[in-house]
Design a protein around this ligand. Structure first.
Ligand SMILES: [Zn+2]
Ligand SMILES: [Zn+2]
Ligand SMILES: [Zn+2]
Length: 387
């Protein structure tokens, strides 16, 4: 992600800052302009460029869970990220607002990338395939039985269990699952991968091409997951898969690889836009010049180029973490086979989409099948087994 500045005082500010620490003006991200606006006590909106159209804060800013602005064009009072919510947590329960805020923060980071690529984001109110978010917590019934919320994707509906926003709980799940990496933004990017598989692969007529790279997704999903949780990943999985969970089923491989492509692109934009420079020998070996100030990873020519630029960054970042006694920030290794999968994702994102919004009868059948298999993410097994 690129760095942002307060347009009132030019202070460097974070994407999710609600207030400028230097001049105390309120901050609002304008997704259509990809910049930050500052709002003074008198309500006047200050922007770097002349503000057009006029804008106001998203309704969810009043809950402290959003810092985005809304274009004043009659399309509602929620921002481009919040308008996809179909269920928010019960705000009368202690801790839920804080957990929801953490969820929305991660979701906005995920949306930043989708908006940079101008990917199709149909609203829940639209006909046909749409993208919707449900944030819900486990509920204990009067008889003591706990109704578990399963994190996952189903026909454009992304459900995330609120417990994932609890750092201690998420770390416990990470250790139980033996995962090197488990984050909220990772969950959003992964589940969005399932949505875009539906939208860009299935609706987009790319099933055969996708099967050639990721395998045949018609393999029984429930059985595949069960087998994965019983036997773990096959030996040598690192040669072909970005994570152990990616080995469970072609759908999960696609979602994990999709998430990874976004981690890589956004991480690279952050590193380069802060002026960081890394091991040029690696770039020279790949036949690449060091990236200049104008290099935009979101407009990269290929995934291979992104990987070649990203790998030296990860070595530096892991070294910094080790200096601070922290776990590696980037516990992944990208093989040639994984890069080929990333290339498929790259082409999918950068193509001109030709997708239909209304599911065909065949798609509707698949949809029923998806419902019955209940697509799940890495975290769900915890909720199912209660470990
Ligand atoms: Zn300021
Ligand atoms: Zn919002
Ligand atoms: Zn998944």
């Amino acid at each position: 992600m690129k760095p942002f500045h307060c347009p009132n005082c030019t202070n460097l500010v974070h994407f999710d800052n609600e207030t400028c620490l230097q001049c105390s003006f309120r901050l609002g991200y304008r997704p259509w302009a990809n910049d930050m606006a500052a709002v003074g006590a008198d309500g006047a909106v200050i922007t770097q460029e002349p503000a057009s159209p006029t804008a106001f804060f998203c309704d969810n800013v009043s809950h402290g869970v959003c810092n985005w602005m809304v274009e004043d064009n009659g399309e509602g009072t929620l921002c481009r990220a919040c308008r996809h919510n179909v269920m928010i947590p019960n705000l009368s329960v202690d801790g839920n607002i804080e957990h929801w805020a953490a969820m929305e923060r991660a979701k906005r980071y995920a949306f930043y990338s989708l908006l940079r690529w101008n990917l199709p984001l149909p609203l829940p109110s639209e006909e046909g395939r749409s993208l919707a978010f449900t944030f819900a917590a486990d509920v204990e019934a009067p008889d003591g039985e706990v109704q578990k919320v399963m994190t996952g994707h189903d026909q454009g509906n992304i459900t995330i269990n609120l417990a994932e926003a609890d750092d201690a709980e998420r770390e416990r799940m990470r250790l139980n699952m033996g995962e090197p990496y488990r984050t909220l933004v990772g969950h959003f990017r992964h589940e969005l991968g399932h949505f875009f598989w539906d939208m860009l692969v299935d609706d987009g007529g790319k099933l055969d091409a996708c099967r050639a790279i990721f395998g045949d997704e018609r393999r029984d999903y429930g059985e595949a997951l069960q087998e994965h949780y019983q036997n773990g990943a096959p030996a040598g999985w690192q040669n072909d898969y970005v994570s152990t969970y990616a080995t469970s089923h072609p759908w999960e491989d696609f979602a994990e690889t999709w998430a990874h492509y976004i981690h890589m692109t956004d991480g690279l934009e952050t590193a380069l836009s802060f002026g960081l420079r890394f091991d040029s020998r690696h770039l020279a070996a790949a036949g690449l010049e060091p990236a200049g100030a104008n290099y935009d990873p979101y407009a990269a020519a290929s995934a291979t180029e992104l990987v070649d630029r990203w790998v030296p960054v990860t070595i530096a970042l892991n070294s910094i973490n080790r200096s601070m006694g922290q776990h590696d920030i980037y516990p992944f290794v990208l093989s040639a086979a994984i890069t080929q999968k990333l290339e498929f994702i790259h082409q999918l994102i950068h193509q001109r989409w030709n997708v239909t919004r209304t599911p065909s009868p065949v798609l509707a059948q698949n949809a029923t099948q998806d419902n019955s298999t209940n697509m799940q993410s890495a975290g769900e097994q915890n909720f199912l087994s209660g470990v």
